[in-house]
Design a protein around this ligand. Structure first.
Ligand code: OGA
Ligand code: MN
Length: 287
């Protein structure tokens, strides 16, 4: 029914001939959701939608998050998180440096996000007209599957500790971020998640530790935990598990925050503008 074209990488597919500015019927929506669970990252090109339509389409998959970083949300749209290097009236319009390290969204919460819906408004280009500011996606299902058995045995059944502050203070490129407020800190205590997480919709095992926010493995000595995490971070970002998305303005891309991790490529600078907007689906507690 849908025209789905897999990228040929370990994950990712383009869905053609859907216009998100029109009414999407329930059967089509369910087919899109099925494609997301199968391909882990899906995208629609050449879209033209308003912020209201972005929010409304996202909300058909379930409840939406309002990001902790209120300073980065679109004015009037608390569900829209702005990712941009644009400065207006001396103030950044969004977060300038999201995704410097591999991560999945809200992995640091006790209930991480199910998925994110990312709309490219403005995409930077180099002097030859080639797009910049790609995003890389890694399949955590493919990564788990390819782990050597002895490593699987060590980490399956174990939990890892995530720390928002770890990612927050490290994940920056453009000067400093404002220090975390007491409210932000109170909302982000360190939490533990299973290292092998079961995908809540298709039951596949996913490798659920990430370089951005995972601080340690519970129950292991510090040096052993560090060694194992280093190995797992290197493993999940191996080229064979990656799809690298080259953005075009008008791309609307959905990623699964359990089956994938992502990282931004920072190879652009002003006056080349990058302006993206994200909605974030509420998820379920990992198991
Ligand atoms: C995000 C993120 C990466 C990018 O918005 O969650 O990590 O390429 N973005 O902008
Ligand atoms: Mn992210």
């Amino acid at each position: 029914m849908l025209d789905i074209r897999p990228t040929g990488a370990a994950l990712g597919a383009e869905i053609c001939s859907i216009d998100l500015s029109t009414e999407i019927d329930e059967a089509t929506l369910r087919a899109v959701e099925k494609a997301l669970h199968e391909h882990e990252v899906i995208y629609f090109r050449d879209q033209r939608i308003s912020p209201e339509q972005h929010v409304a389409f996202s909300a058909r998959f379930g409840a939406l998050e309002k990001h902790l970083r209120v300073d980065c949300c679109k004015p009037g749209f608390p569900e829209i998180f702005v990712v941009s290097n644009v400065i207006e009236n001396g103030k950044p319009i969004g977060t300038q440096d999201a995704g410097l390290f591999w991560h999945s969204d809200l992995a640091y919460m006790s209930v991480p996000s199910r998925g994110s819906l990312f709309y490219a408004h403005e995409v930077p280009h180099d002097a030859d007209g080639r797009p910049q500011g790609d995003t890389m996606f890694a399949s955590t299902t493919a990564a788990w599957q390819a782990l050597p058995d002895d490593i699987k045995r060590i980490v399956a059944g174990r939990r890892a500790v995530t720390s928002y502050a770890k990612g927050y203070y490290r994940d920056r490129k453009s000067g400093t971020r404002p220090p975390l407020t007491e409210t932000q800190k109170a909302r982000t205590p360190d939490v533990e998640h299973p290292i092998m997480r079961t995908h809540p919709y298709n039951g596949k095992p996913c490798l659920f530790v990430n370089e951005g926010y995972t601080a340690s493995i519970a129950g292991l000595a510090a040096d052993e935990s560090e060694r194992m995490l280093k190995l797992l971070f290197e493993h999940v970002s191996r080229p064979e598990f990656i799809y690298r998305h080259q953005w075009r303005a008008g791309d609307f891309l959905i990623w699964d925050n359990c089956a994938t991790q992502h990282r931004a490529v920072f190879d652009y600078a002003l006056p080349q503008r990058r302006r993206m907007e994200r909605t974030t689906l509420t998820g379920t507690a990992p198991f």
